[in-house]
Design a protein around this ligand. Structure first.
Ligand SMILES: [Zn+2]
Length: 420
């Protein structure tokens, strides 16, 4: 049975909005410093709310793990469909902007002008900085009040998945196989797939609903490493320091100054790689620098590692006696090779985007998703747009009209056209 594009009516979109507003009000920020799973207990609040809602809908095998992974299965309604499809969003919001006390404002029939956020330090969503807003004239736009992030990343995805399940239950003429829903904690701190139980999430392939604006879909993420450089020097009274003091602070500054400035996040886009020093602590005796390394190619990451190690060798020569340690850790890898192995997965997504009346555009993500982790475990997992933008900031916004297009796409990707 074909999914008619007008099947998602005003009532469904209203329900999607109500659901989204209910979820964003819960503070679910994750914490990069925490060693526990989940990194913050408050993520359980949303997980428990969703668990009850899934159970109320009649979803089976609903399970919330001790580490805050919520799974459930919408059983197949067709004997002919054998594949099990996973659909995923993350529960947590970014620690990069305040996440407590989200108070959304709703702008109906958006007029295409800059959006002034009413509270806080009078933030403005500038149309010049966010050209996508131009495509949203006439839409219903949702923002925060300017004091917090909105949390569309990823509660738009959570709301869209929940609404898609409700829609499929209300429209049994649309045929689908087993659908396994998964909500993960701690995606924003890079630990979203760390404690996934693949027995609970046994699927042939999956989709994350964690992208930006339609019609952009993703099958490629960065490959990512983290890098920590620790410098040890020697301290003494500055008045008697000649030939004795080794100043870690100067050595670490030298290292930073030798990193190529054009290979930085602020000067790169599209498929360009970057090295990003983001946290520094330094005294004379010791210094500690944290960086992230990003490239779409593995060979590029190796070249970055070599560059950093060569800089360290030079700096050690310039500061005799200094001790410099460099630790590089793998974060995640580009999922492209796994996703492209099976074009059924990407074809199905393209078909669903077209079914929502859009022309699909594949773009690489300058970041990672839970899909990168799942693809590394052998489950190809491309990413679907949510209808939100300006993530991780107080200027985050979402278009309800674009969220509805995402909902159409998700319903399309979960169902099968020719099962009858
Ligand atoms: Zn996200």
């Amino acid at each position: 049975m074909l999914l008619k594009s007008d099947a998602i009516n005003e009532k469904v979109v209203d329900s999607l909005l109500t659901r989204f507003l209910r979820y964003v009000k819960l503070d679910t920020q994750s914490d990069p410093e925490s060693k526990t799973s989940p990194s913050t207990a408050k993520q359980f609040e949303l997980a428990k709310m969703l668990k009850l809602e899934l159970e109320d809908m009649g979803i089976v095998d609903v399970h919330l793990s001790n580490c805050c992974y919520l799974t459930g299965v919408l059983l197949s309604n067709s004997d002919k469909i054998k594949e099990r499809v996973g659909i995923i969003a993350h529960l947590d919001t970014s620690p990069d902007a305040p996440g407590n006390g989200v108070s959304p404002q709703i702008i109906k029939s958006y007029n295409g002008k800059d959006i002034v956020l009413p509270k806080g330090d009078q933030q403005v969503i500038d149309v010049k900085e966010c050209s996508e807003l131009k495509a949203c004239i006439g839409h219903t736009i949702i923002t925060s009040d300017g004091t917090t992030l909105l949390g569309a990343d990823n509660k738009a995805g959570v709301a869209i998945i929940m609404e898609s399940i409700k829609f499929l239950l209300n429209n049994p003429q649309i045929k689908h196989g087993d659908i396994v829903v998964l909500f993960t904690p701690d995606e924003e701190v890079g630990r979203g797939t760390e404690k996934i139980d693949l027995n609970k999430f046994a699927v042939d392939f999956a989709y994350t609903v964690d992208g930006g604006l339609p019609p952009v879909i993703n099958k490629e993420t960065f490959s990512a490493n983290s890098c920590e450089i620790r410098v040890k020097g020697r301290d003494i009274h500055p008045g008697a320091a000649k030939s004795i003091m080794i100043n870690s602070l100067r050595a670490i500054s030298e290292i930073i100054s030798r990193l190529p400035i054009d290979v930085s996040p602020e000067r790169t886009e599209n498929r360009e790689p970057f090295i990003h020093p983001h946290t520094l602590s330094a005294t004379v005796v010791e210094a500690n620098l944290k960086m992230i390394l990003r490239d779409f190619e593995e060979s590029g990451l190796l070249a970055q590692e070599k560059l950093i190690k060569n800089i360290i060798v030079d700096v050690e020569k310039k500061f005799p006696g200094v001790m410099i340690e460099c630790e590089i850790k793998k974060s995640y890898r580009n999922m492209l090779s796994v996703v492209e192995k099976n074009n059924v997965v990407t074809d199905r997504l393209e078909r669903a985007v077209r079914g929502a009346g859009l022309v699909p555009v594949w773009k690489p993500i300058r970041g990672g998703t839970d899909g990168a982790g799942l693809s590394a475990m052998g489950i190809p997992t491309p990413n679907i747009f949510t209808g939100g933008a300006n993530f991780h900031s107080k200027r985050e916004w979402a278009s309800l009209d674009c969220m509805a297009l995402s909902l159409k796409t998700v319903i399309g990707v979960l169902s099968v056209e020719d099962a009858n």
